[in-house]
Design a protein around this ligand. Structure first.
Ligand SMILES: Cc1ncc(COP(=O)(O)O)c(C=O)c1O
Length: 344
């Protein structure tokens, strides 16, 4: 990837276009079956460009209660696009069509209109869970019936596609715009592409400029993204396998339960009273980095820089950190320990 970046043919994307960036935009649009692609420095900016392009100020955007767009984009959709976020609470770990249907307000002069649905696949907060094509289709159908447009935050749609065998274009056909990120499983240093019909992307292009997201020799970054697309896509299955192996080891912990991974993310929930910071600190001392998602939930991610040997070692280190942290609490009476230890 470093070589591809060094050898990139570049132009000036601010003036007349950068050839490598154009190649990336065209290639992603082709793979997703959309008219046009647009390169952004980050997934967050691409999501916001899409929301601003598709939504209307003074109306509502419907989104899962734990989506990246709600939890981690600092209310940008309200600050920039002037939209109110209405969060949808699913019965399970993610929203579904039934939950969406019962949350959408019926048309009334007293309520804000519903204009946009944002979906996320895979779902980061739910532990990299996949929304299968049928689920996306059902939610998209509900949105269309209510006159809403649909944006898909597909930062990890690559993983959903590899895990299910569903083609990227099949997912993309169900949304007006799709954002995909290159700086996650594909391993590029930065970059996201937003795809959609030409008119929507032209509007997103204006917003990208407004946000200061146009870069000059952006081909230097686009070359890394193209390399990731051409060399690191199929191998995501290896990360999924690593996540499953790690989860099986950590699930032996006395007082923690693992969300069974569907892709490359493993969420670990701790018994009441335990501290995610304490477990992460113990693991860090032994050389394994974990994300503290909440005070009782840890997040681990498997990617191309983690080898099979490291996966094995990480599993043992995290298992030991979990058990040590639990024992350090002293009182073990309240946690229901399942047979074999782990997931109750
Ligand atoms: C689901 C999802 N959407 C969007 C983003 C934002 O991407 P970026 O970090 O490139 O802004 C992330 C980043 O983690 C994400 O997980």
């Amino acid at each position: 990837m470093r070589q591809a970046i060094a050898n990139a043919v570049v132009g000036d994307d601010y003036l007349d276009g950068d050839p490598t960036t154009r190649r990336l935009e065209e290639e992603v649009a082709r793979r997703f079956g959309k008219e046009r692609g647009l390169f952004f420095p980050s997934g967050t900016m691409a999501n916001q460009g899409a929301i601003w392009a598709l939504g209307e100020p003074g109306t509502e955007l419907y989104v899962d209660r734990h989506a990246h767009i709600v939890d981690r984009e600092l209310a940008a959709a309200s600050a920039l696009a002037g939209m109110q976020l209405r969060t949808v609470e699913g019965d399970g770990p993610m929203m579904d069509a039934a939950a969406l249907e019962r949350t959408i307000r019926h048309p009334s002069p007293f309520f804000p209109r519903a204009t946009l649905l944002c979906l996320e696949n895979t779902h980061n907060s739910a532990g990299g869970m996949v929304i299968p094509r049928a689920g996306i289709q059902a939610m998209s159908q509900v949105a269309r019936q209510h006159g809403m447009r649909v944006h898909l935050d597909g930062a990890r749609l690559w993983n959903a596609s590899v895990a299910t065998g569903t083609a990227l274009a099949e997912f993309a056909a169900l949304a007006d715009t799709v954002m995909v990120s290159f700086s996650k499983g594909l391993g590029a240093p930065a970059g996201a592409v937003l795809v959609g019909e030409a008119a929507a992307i032209a509007r997103a292009d204006e917003h990208r400029k407004r946000l200061g997201g146009v870069m000059r020799q952006s081909g230097i970054l686009a070359a890394g993204c193209l390399h990731g697309l051409e060399h690191h896509l199929e191998r995501l299955a290896v990360d999924h396998h690593h996540a499953a192996q790690f989860a099986a080891t950590v699930d032996r912990a006395i007082a923690a339960s693992v969300v069974p991974p569907e892709t490359n993310i493993v969420m670990i929930d701790l018994a009441p009273g335990m501290s995610a910071h304490d477990v992460a600190g113990r693991a860090r001392e032994a050389g394994v980095a974990m994300g503290v998602w909440t005070s009782t939930r840890l997040r681990t991610v498997f990617h191309l820089d983690v080898s099979a040997a490291e996966v094995e070692r990480a599993g043992e280190v995290v298992l030991a950190a979990l058990d040590e942290s639990w024992r350090a609490l002293g009182d073990t009476s309240e946690w229901p320990v399942a047979e074999g230890g782990g997931t109750p």
